[in-house]
Design a protein around this ligand. Sequence first.
Ligand SMILES: O=C1O[C@H]([C@@H](O)CO)C(O)=C1O
Length: 598
Amino acid sequence: MRLKGAMRTIRVCWSIWLGYLIVLLSLLIGGSRSVRLREYKFEVGYMKKKPDCIENSYVMGINGHFPGPTIRAHVGDTLHISLFNNISTNEPTSIHWHGISQYGTPWADGTASISQCAINPGETFHYRFTVDKAGTYFYHGHYGLQRSAGLYGSLIVDLALGQKEPFHYHSEFNLLLSDWWHNTSFHQELSLSSKPFQWIGEPQSLLINGRGQYNCSMAANTMNNNATLPQCKFRTSDEECAPQILHVHPNKTYRIRIASTTSLSSLNFAISNHKMVVVEADGNYVDPFEVDDIDIYSGESYSILITTNQNPNNNYWISIGVRGRKPNTPQALTILNYKKASISSSNIIIPNSPPPITPQWNDFNRSKAFTNKIHALMGSPKPPTHYDHRLLLLNTQNLIDGYTKWAINNISLVLPQTPYLGSIKFKINAAFDRRHPSENFSNGYDIFSPPINPNANFGNRVYMFNMNQVVDVILQNANVLSGKNSDIHPWHLHGHDFWVLGYGDGKFKQGYDEKKFNLKNPPLKNTAAVFPYGWTALRFRANNPGVWFFHCHIEAHLHMGMGVIFAEGVQLVKGIPKQALACGLTKKIIMSFNTTNN
Ligand SMILES: O=C1O[C@H]([C@@H](O)CO)C(O)=C1O
């Protein structure tokens, strides 16, 4: 009896301990999930590749991969990426995590001369930051023209475990779009910086996940250029440049994440016979809307849903083509393969109808109609109804000492040697021009004529905001130097999302045009286009202590000075790692600290 009793007691104790153990384990697992640290080692360097099937191309890759490895994390995770500069051509580097707020870690934003010192060859920089919003993002080089050289990759943030998206899908694909030149980024840099200036021209190829095919027959057909071109290669394996084919099952819903890291091109994305429902833009949910195709500007990302409800015995084209600039680049193509339509590594069924035709490049009304369909999903944060600070930023193409540049309110940005984050925090006046930059431009400026005074100045002033101020930015487009054109410029803000309050044609009329602002359900984005001869109105709250780049996401335009610097609450920034500021005029100061606790 006694023995039985003792056995029972032991069993009860065991089950209690087992219970404790399970709770402890689940806490440990659960706890570590909510604060999971994800570590990556990135080694940046050049490698020989053929992104568009042309031999002897050199791309900037990571760990031998182009595009770089996809980072996938959950909301709340901390990423630690140690970035080793192994670039053999003696170039510094830095990587920007596009769309990530960097709240509390502004030194990890990856902007050389702004948030950190450029990383020299042989050095390792440690990026540590938390991802706080689910969505489709990417990362890319933010030094020189390294994005054009191929330094980019995807960054996907999933919801925290247990959370649900406001839409349903069976499976997903991830497409990172880019453009590719046969001239190296060195050549491009040289031609943009020389006197007389030489424009880089349109890209030779468009790439989907780093793969394209230069001037092959199918793609070129779509440009009515049906010469005796090489066959496009659609085999699924053994061809380095063969496109990644999207294999689907019939009657399912798929999420396709699409991000554009193009250096120049505005793109149109379409899938033959399939409607798409847009559900996410730049990491924010949008009120779902159905379209046949989407426009996507450099720096933007979308998620679309498609339903595979077409004849399952066929395959369907997926295409991207150039919009917004007179195209001189064939479409990039891949295939939506219904698993029933047989496919083997050597035999792919080419869709039986031609690829979708990219809409007219200069049908800007069509572009605006798409953009105006994007609204925030109900329940998204609403914009404040009033602003505290309004900037009117006019972009012009100018000549400075005979060099062709872009200027904002007559200043073409040249970054200083010392990162602003350090020089503002430690009040080093000599590091940059402390005067207030201009918040407006002349009332009489005629945006439809070439600049009357094409001379602008170089500068590096900073727009300083008080913490939590509501800032309006009106981007105003204008004619270029030749007086014959006005380009599209996709503007990207670091450190914040902004509400896109509206777009308009012509010159922004203060006191009148704001009556048309959408304050009800404007989308939150981090990149928005300003259309030719038009304006775009943005609103954001300056609530992220740090120094933030705001610039045209066209790599060549940024290189030509098309950007401004915003700063707020820099004195609140704590714990900047020494290595972020160990250069220029902050080097001595930062090295004298015992710890990172500045
Ligand atoms: O910045 C640019 O310069 C050229 C052209 O305006 C002058 O050559 C072009 O197409 C741009 O986008």
